[in-house]
Design a protein around this ligand. Structure first.
Ligand code: FAD
Length: 443
């Protein structure tokens, strides 16, 4: 065997998997570490559960990537300051470069009073819950009769879809800081929920915010038409949930009784033009919405405890990169030492949290790997540490899940789905998955 570069890729979501493939195709030996047992990241545990065709297509691509003999996979292994291995461990083990594609695992809270009440959640946790990612899959969530979702993007719509079509709650209110012209969701996603949209309530909202929109040269009719664009392809109603929008409303605090959420207080906002963009500014006028659940779908941030320096919710990048790709820096930067972190790169949602869809993460993972490859050209290939790396991983006090294990799990889950007459079957705890694969559960 020819000598190869030895690279660690941390996180097997789309960015990590496609990035690993890029490096492996160049001839590097990649060890792919993944916190979750299964590969796929948010493609497995974020994308809406019933998008079966899309998920099956992605799983097939991921399976093909893992067939590459230049890629080793270790699921159920967390990297980071509080992980099973730290970045320093990886460096000391002899990896020549480390690409971090661990996604955006931090939670972006607004820091409002009442965030600790039962019934107040962050979108990522809810999405992990209904996609059966342990441990969220085992936690209890309180979806009351009336639920507010803060946000105006596709994640808001996904959660509305869950509340309308699965949980079948009475009312879902999308609370939007700006106006009807600034919603960010796609028509395609709206098709799943628009049959439940209270159109009279939408018209009342548009009438209410019309003067504010017109004052910043927005066209209320055009915004209304865009929101309703999904109507011709609306999915059939499966519940009586009333879905409505509260525009120009910014959350101020959550109020509760006995630790349980009962109300969301919002402040009315108005629109102002700033640097060519429309911003929301509070008016001071406050009102409350009676809700038992509030879900913040306002984007994610990277994991602060990972062990890389952070600024503005992101890992800090070298602003003067030595290996830029399409003008983007993928190089982690040590703010204390004032220099790039030698051999450490970031890609996908770990580089830019909540940015784009799978296609974007894929491209970003590939480009990050191109930067890694550029860096490796300054070194001699040396994979001599591989044996020690494997021994270290196998010596951890918990089972590392390999490619062969994942293949077995897939077969078992497919059989289980057939037995139960389901489109898909997923074990919802790590213990069940490990048991199914015949692995010993951690001591
Ligand atoms: C609710 C929701 C719905 C979406 N729906 C769609 C859709 O319909 N279509 C679409 O194209 N895109 C969709 N997306 C976007 C898409 O999922 C993301 O663009 C993409 O998954 C980001 O890829 P990533 O690899 O950067 O991060 P992630 O997918 O988040 O992957 C990160 C990986 O890193 C691992 N990891 C985390 N921390 C560690 C650690 N410390 N050590 C080791 N491993 C770690 C995780 O286990 C995970 O496997 C959706 C996103 C969300 C949130």
């Amino acid at each position: 065997m020819t000598n190869q570069y030895l690279v660690a890729v941390v996180g097997a979501g789309p960015a990590g998997l496609f990035g690993a493939r890029e490096l492996a195709n160049h001839g590097a030996h990649v060890v792919l570490f993944n916190r979750d047992i299964k590969p796929g990241g948010l493609a497995e545990y974020g994308i809406y559960p019933t998008k079966y065709t899309m998920k099956a297509g992605l799983r097939k691509q991921f399976r093909q990537i893992l067939e590459n003999p230049n890629i080793d996979y270790y699921g159920n292994i967390s990297i980071g300051a509080q992980g099973d291995l730290s970045l320093d461990d990886l460096r000391n083990l002899g990896f020549q470069a480390i690409l971090v594609t661990a996604g955006a695992q931090g939670t972006k809270w607004l820091g409002l009073p009442g965030e600790d009440l039962v019934g107040v959640y962050h979108a990522k946790d809810v999405v992990y819950y209904y996609n059966l990612l342990p441990p969220n899959s085992q936690q209890r969530y309180r979806f009351g009769k009336r639920c507010a979702i803060v946000g105006a993007g596709n994640v808001m719509v996904d959660i509305a879809r869950y509340l309308i079509r699965q949980a079948k709650v009475d009312e879902v209110i999308a609370v939007v800081r700006r106006g009807p012209a600034e919603v960010k969701f796609d028509k395609k996603e709206m098709e799943y929920v628009i049959a439940n949209l209270d159109q009279e309530a939408l018209d009342r909202e548009i009438a209410r915010v019309r003067p504010i929109m017109e004052a910043v040269n927005q066209d209320p009719e055009a915004a209304r038409a865009t929101i309703l664009e999904a109507l011709p392809k609306a999915f059939e109603k499966v519940s009586e949930t009333c879905f409505r929008f509260e525009f120009l409303s910014s959350p101020v605090q959550m109020l509760g009784e006995n630790g349980l959420l009962t109300q969301l207080e919002v402040e009315d906002t108005t629109l102002v033009l700033k640097d060519g963009d429309t911003k929301a500014r509070g008016t001071g006028n406050k009102r409350t919405l009676d809700v038992e659940t509030v879900i913040f779908a306002i984007g994610d941030k990277v994991d602060e405890s990972f062990g890389l320096p952070i600024e503005w919710n992101e890992f800090v990048k070298n602003s003067n990169p030595a290996y830029p790709v399409e003008g983007i820096s993928y190089e982690a930067f040590d703010t204390q030492a004032g220099k790039p972190m030698d051999g450490i790169f970031v890609g996908g949602w770990a580089r830019k949290a909540s940015e784009g869809l799978v296609g974007y993460a894929r491209k970003d993972g590939i480009n990050a790997s191109k930067a890694v490859w550029g860096y490796l050209q300054t070194k001699q290939p040396d994979e001599s540490a591989l044996e020690a790396v494997t021994a270290k991983i196998m010596g951890l006090r918990k089972p590392a899940v390999t490619k062969a294990d994942i293949q077995r799990l897939e077969v078992i889950e497919t059989e289980e789905a057939q037995k139960r007459g389901l489109e898909e079957f997923k074990y919802s705890t790590n213990e069940d998955m490990l048991r199914a694969m015949g692995l010993t559960i951690a001591a």
